[in-house]
Design a protein around this ligand. Sequence first.
Ligand SMILES: Nc1ncnc2c1ncn2[C@@H]1O[C@H](COP(=O)(O)OP(=O)(O)OP(=O)(O)O)[C@@H](O)[C@H]1O
Ligand SMILES: [Mg+2]
Length: 330
Amino acid sequence: MSDTREKLVVTEKLRKYFPVSAGFMKKNYIQAVNDVSLHIYRGETLGLVGESGCGKTTFGRTLLQLYTPTAGKIIYGGKTIFDSENGIHENMLPYRRKMQLIFQDPSASLDPRMTVGEIVGEALDIHKLYPNKKDRADRINELLTRVGLNSEHANRFPHEFSGGQQQRVGIARALAVEPEFIVCDEPISALDVSIQSQVVNMLEDLQEQIGLTYLFIAHDLSVVRHISSRIGVMYLGCLVELAESYELCGHPIHPYSQTLLSAVPLTDPEKNRHRQRILLEGDIPSPLNPPSGCRFHTRCPYATDWCKEAMPELKEYSPGHYAACHMLDK
Ligand SMILES: Nc1ncnc2c1ncn2[C@@H]1O[C@H](COP(=O)(O)OP(=O)(O)OP(=O)(O)O)[C@@H](O)[C@H]1O
Ligand SMILES: [Mg+2]
């Protein structure tokens, strides 16, 4: 069956290396994101998970070109906006309106010297939206109401708000410019558990009302499995598996995803007690000097000599279920 869904965002072998000095005249590179190819359908939530430091934030920011990609291709709405091979590097200003970011730490992402009204209004001003003073004020009030705050909040400063309310301000700021696509970088991990579900529900409601598309980044599969239609798993800069949420959570085929899933608590305490956890040996290697071949081979219980030599490619093993593992080719 052909896939007729519209791909709003596509990356092809997207790479981001950060240069670091390695002594006199020598440069080394942190290989934060290594040739990640994926697509995000319009209107869906793609979850992205993986251990701390595996490159999730860097991928999100490189996709938005807040970091200049080292190599690869980004296609947005059918148009190539970055292509290292053909020297395409579109002016991002018109795309900044369509592609927004919600940050992990709301308090650090809001300027403490600006009122909430100024913070939300600044986004409007950058894109020259609502030049009329009254329209601008109305729009700010409408946005604050939309995220569960009210017009009185516009004159207050970020420190006068709780963490959950600050994140609502961050969301109002992202919504101000009427985006289509939002990278939500761990938007709830800094919040109290009781508030997390409120913010997730609000993001889901907004998605339905406005038809937004999300890349939802999280450490933890238990957070993304409920809100994502599909989930991608990253390990040390590489995408190792991508599938529909129920498929990935029910039948993970990459050994690393299997490990991540075995750590997600089950709702049934009895099943939880008897379940076998897969424990990984060793620490996550450094992205400065990643292992040869498959990056997971140093911790993989099934690794062979071939895994040490060749990097496995991401392949489709069943419709819409992709993984990068030599073991699956046997
Ligand atoms: N601006 C930067 N300059 C140099 N190195 C960076 C920069 N940003 C990230 N890195 C490095 O790139 C790698 C990936 O970091 P990144 O923040 O993308 O991981 P992450 O998966 O988002 O982690 P976390 O779950 O902790 O947020 C890490 O080794 C990090 O130290
Ligand atoms: Mg991060």
